[in-house]
Design a protein around this ligand. Structure first.
Ligand code: SF4
Length: 652
């Protein structure tokens, strides 16, 4: 049997033949299987042909219901087979990954209706795996220790007993522990301060074993934006350390919900420094025989790191409504940073001598060198404070200094978009006022194709939008709860309530528990269990109410289970250092930072309601700022065609 789903003729360009087959799928094969012919989908297929034949980046802006996932999957799979390298499908977050691969998801549908065997594997982020070392610590804690002992008892036998490589298999995925809350998972899941490279358990750890599995995918590897970006930033360093890159060589990339990529890129390029972590890494050198000058420099570096963190603790300022603290970049701080960098430079020089003496373990030496190089680079960003975003945060293990470069586009341009490879940005919201320049520029993309296709749905008749267009009472919180309860009565539950922040969700959770009218509904709160498990519960228990912070994008629940989307507050950006930096650089911050961010997220949130031509429902916005004329006008401008904003009080 041919590896392609069509008879391949080597005399005709491959992409042309794949396109003909894909057109046949949309015109004939899928309609025969009961799918409707969608003009928007066929248009998108012809557009992607250009990107694949010219190996270019394309912005594919396609409204809800165009069936864009089918289009990009068919191209990605065929092209992967032709190039003999898998395609990467990078989703905005882990819950979107699960939606793609769930049994009734788009990959399974294509496989079933086109009689294809698709080799699709998940490349989940490291923080989605259990860390055996953290599990050991968590077992010793008083709180929840029984839960953690149960997890330990259920580990595969090979984890704690000798065994052969053949019997090893991946385990310990966040999804395997659906009932663990996010807080409990935080105690046992991998985090950035775990040093897997030197961990003695890495060959038996589920996190590292999962890599071997997805690397062998023939067709597609599905991962998150965060993970793809981590792959990009760590590619060279991993190669230097003799490790495989996180992802294998690939034939094309799709960034689903691609408008969120800049955030992921910035997050992945973030450096986190902690005194305890530095001390534990640098003192490893003292396990070998080292010259006295190096030992002295190590002592000095530890002392200087302590001084730096002491100063940060003393001078950082609390940020209102945020768990982050603002770093005050003073002359004193810059002096301490310079001192720390000087002593690190001394150690780097000493290590050159040491490596020639062969008294230190080569592997350990490389790790320490990489670590120092990372710290040096991160601290050097303080020399151009205008291009820097930084803050400190506290947890039970001490202070963390977080350093993030403001602009990532130069790095992205060099490492991702200069490659001759088809790269697809797929989203319903990629352009601003009809232009893709804003997105392209923020990512360093100089040469790209683009197109837009609208949603095929009849929003005028399918979606009804309400907001209270009169002033709220002085007890706004209570009034919002009462409005919410009336609205829930209208749809008999079946609602998704979207919150812009975890704090607002927690406040709602606390408030609603005091209302007996609320007890008739089953509320599911994000964070109480694993997210895809929570989504499945919501879908299966038709009258339940899902309260979420991260599901503004991508959630796809067709049918009556989701008959109402309630916007608890308009999703203006948080008061954190990332947005503070963007605001500082803007001439009119509210218009160019806060408002566009809010409108983009709101548009995504509205998109959760209508998922098929049969869906009907209401969207309600419970935010007093809807009475601000400027805000209301902007919101009305992004509404789907035909949807009219109505006063909530007329309908209740
Ligand atoms: S390899 Fe990493 S995740 Fe696994 S146990 Fe070791 S430190 Fe934890």
């Amino acid at each position: 049997m041919s590896q392609y789903p069509f008879e391949f003729d080597p005399k005709i360009p491959f992409v042309e033949q794949a396109s003909d087959w894909i057109a046949d799928v949309f015109y004939e094969r899928l309609p025969e299987a009961g799918f409707e012919v969608r003009d928007e989908q066929i248009y998108m297929a012809f557009q992607l042909e250009r990107a694949y034949s010219d190996k270019k980046t394309i912005f594919a802006e396609a409204g809800v219901g165009t069936g864009k996932t089918f289009v990009y999957l068919l191209y990605a799979i065929n092209y992967a087979r032709y190039m003999r390298m898998p395609a990467i499908i990078a989703c905005a977050d882990e819950s979107l990954i699960e939606q793609l691969v769930k049994p009734e998801g788009d990959i399974a549908k294509l496989a079933r209706h086109l009689d294809l065997t698709i080799d699709a594997r998940l490349g989940k982020s490291t923080d989605q795996y259990l860390c055996l070392n953290k599990l050991d610590d968590a077992k010793g804690e008083i709180e929840d220790s029984e839960i953690f002992h149960d997890i330990y008892r259920e580990l595969p036998d090979f984890v704690n007993t000798p065994g052969t490589m053949q019997s090893f298999h991946p385990y310990g995925n966040r999804k395997d522990y659906p009932n663990l809350t996010d807080d409990q998972w935080g105690k046992v899941g991998w985090d950035v301060f775990q040093d897997c490279l030197v961990c003695t358990r890495r060959h038996r750890c589920g996190q590292t074993l999962s890599r071997d599995h997805y690397r062998k995918a023939a067709d597609i590897i599905i991962c998150s934006h965060d993970f793809y970006m981590e792959h990009v930033w760590t590619y060279e360093a991993r190669k230097r350390e003799g490790q495989l890159p996180l992802l294998p060589e690939h034939s094309s990339v799709v960034f689903d919900e691609g408008h969120l990529l800049e955030n992921a890129a910035q997050k992945a390029l973030t450096y986190k420094l902690k005194h305890a972590m530095f001390e534990s890494i640098i003192t490893r050198l003292l396990n070998g025989e080292v010259r006295e000058s190096l030992a002295v420099a190590i002592d000095e570096a530890i002392e200087q790191s302590e001084n730096l963190f002491y100063l940060l603790n003393r001078t950082s300022r609390k940020i209102m409504a945020s768990d982050r603290k603002e770093v005050v970049v003073s002359a004193e701080l810059l002096r301490e940073i310079n001192r720390f960098q000087d002593v690190l430079a001394t150690i780097e020089e000493e290590l050159v001598f040491e490596s020639a003496l062969f008294t230190l373990d080569d592997y350990q030496l490389k790790i320490v060198e990489e670590h120092i190089e990372m710290i040096q680079f991160a601290l050097s960003l303080f020399k151009q404070p205008a291009g820097l975003i930084t803050w400190v945060s506290e947890d039970k293990d001490g202070t963390t200094l977080v350093i993030m470069p403001k602009l990532v586009k130069e790095v992205l341009k060099e490492r991702v978009f200069s490659k001759r490879m088809p790269i697809i940005f797929s989203s319903a919201t990629l352009s601003v006022d009809g232009s893709f320049a804003y997105t392209a520029d923020s990512l360093g993309i100089e040469d790209s194709l683009s197109f837009s296709v609208p949603s095929p749905y009849d929003y005028e008749n399918q979606m009804h939008l309400f907001a209270k267009l009169q002033p709220y009472s002085s007890d706004e919180r209570q009034e919002k709860i009462q409005l919410a309860l009336k609205l829930l009565l209208k749809s008999e539950g079946r609602a998704l309530i979207l919150f812009p922040s975890r704090e607002e969700l927690e406040q709602f959770k606390q408030d609603i528990s005091g209302y007996t009218d609320g007890s008739v509904y089953r509320f599911l709160f994000e964070g109480e269990s694993e997210i895809s498990h929570l989504i499945a519960e919501f879908q299966n228990d038709e009258h339940s109410v899902l309260c979420a912070v991260t599901l503004w994008e991508g959630l796809d629940i067709p049918g009556p289970s989701l008959s109402q989307v309630m916007i608890w507050s308009l999703p203006f950006p948080p008061n954190d250092p990332v947005f503070a930096a963007k605001r500082r650089d803007a001439a009119v911050p509210f218009d160019t930072v806060d408002m566009p961010y809010m409108l983009l997220r709101l548009k995504q949130g509205l998109g959760r309601l209508i998922r098929t031509r049969e869906d009907q429902g209401i969207v309600s916005i419970l935010d007093p700022r809807m009475n601000d004329e400027q805000v209301r006008e902007k919101v009305e401008h992004i509404l789907p065609q035909g949807v009219v904003l109505q006063d909530i009080t007329d309908s209740l």
